[in-house]
Design a protein around this ligand. Structure first.
Ligand SMILES: [Zn+2]
Length: 346
């Protein structure tokens, strides 16, 4: 199911806001740095003297295209060169939160990847504090943080980053961890002691698995890392036994269909396993992953999934609420808001 080219068009976004745009939503799998609104990213690039490969904002849109997953990781790394200071992180966080509120996303779990920015002399604690400062300037959306320990830097640096983030976790509302990056090169087993330490520190656990690598990666995340959710997980469809287990245990899957198409993990919507997962009774939730980098939004992914597979956006949103790191009280409050809105609008 891997392909070397992305065939999905960038168009098809509605001109007028529809139910999916307007509905109260929740997003569990969102990278803060992958959600920087384009004008903010453009300002950051220009502020650091520009980049000849993107002479215009339109060229920046074109730059965000990938032939495969490694090329996406390369583009991500290029972006990290333009977020260099704590002030930049405050600006990024404020603009992302503003954009989430505009989309009526009531709650989001945003991951941030501090080790990708250490070369600018920034500490993980300082980045977390700056992000929280920026987020707190915006009303209308609750954003909690997951620290992405970035598998490409290996378990030792992941441990160092984890310990740094734990120092400020309560103050910055970091509630969980994930590992993103090159899943095909850095299997989950390498990070078992890091995950144990995170759990002992009171953090919730998820990991990217079953995206750029197959079923073994998902097994590793479940058995060696003890994750509560799986980031992506779509490649469990390649293994009948694993799929049966994930369905039986109702392990929440943070499915990001457009992301998988843009990175070439699947060749297009017609080849995406989300329909099979839904039909099998898997606990599918829907997120946008890196909306700026993939030219999507959670509304767009919900619209596509409901339109193509019949899974209703309100059901998917309620699943995301239950699978979130919210407290039970927070979950009950947002669940009621979502219920009431859809009762009035269906
Ligand atoms: Zn991700």
């Amino acid at each position: 199911m891997r392909s070397t080219a992305c065939s999905a068009p960038l168009e098809n976004l509605p001109e007028m806001p529809d139910l999916f745009d307007l509905a109260p939503k929740v997003e569990l799998h969102l990278h803060l740095e992958g959600a920087i609104p384009l004008p903010t990213l453009w300002d950051l690039i220009e502020g650091y003297g520009g980049d000849p490969s993107v002479p215009t904002e339109a060229a920046l849109v074109d730059r965000l295209q990938y032939s495969d997953f490694p090329q996406f990781i390369d583009t991500w790394w290029w972006m990290t060169g333009f977020v260099r200071s704590y002030e930049d992180f405050e600006k990024v966080a404020e603009s992302v939160a503003t954009d989430l509120a505009r989309q009526n996303i009531l709650y989001a779990e945003a991951s941030f990847s501090p080790t990708d920015f250490e070369r600018h002399g920034l500490s993980a604690q300082g980045i977390a504090l700056s992000i929280r400062n920026g987020l707190d300037r915006v009303r209308g959306t609750q954003v909690v943080l997951n620290c992405d320990l970035v598998r490409d830097t290996g378990p030792d640096r992941a441990t160092t980053t984890l310990r740094a983030v734990l120092e400020v976790a309560a103050k910055t509302d970091v509630r969980g961890i994930t590992i993103g990056g090159s899943e095909q090169t850095y299997p989950p087993e390498l990070f078992s002691s890091v995950y144990r330490e995170a759990a002992e520190g009171g953090l919730r656990l998820t990991a990217h698995a079953g995206e750029a690598a197959g079923p073994d990666s998902v097994r590793g995340a479940l058995d060696e890392l003890g994750v509560e959710r799986i980031g992506h997980g779509v490649r469990i469809v390649e293994d009948t036994d694993l799929m049966a287990r994930v369905v039986a245990d109702q392990i929440p899957l943070e499915v990001c269909p457009t992301s998988n198409i843009r990175t070439g993990v699947v060749s297009g919507w017609d080849a995406h396993p989300v329909g099979v997962l839904l039909d099998s009774g898997a606990n599918v939730t829907i997120s946008s992953d890196d909306p700026t980098f993939f030219h999507t939004s959670v509304a767009e992914d919900l619209r596509r999934v409901e339109g193509l597979y019949g899974a209703q956006a309100d059901t998917l949103t309620q699943r995301a609420i239950r699978a979130s790191w919210m407290t039970k009280k927070e979950q009950a409050s947002i669940a009621t808001t979502v219920d009431e809105w859809w009762l009035d609008h269906r």
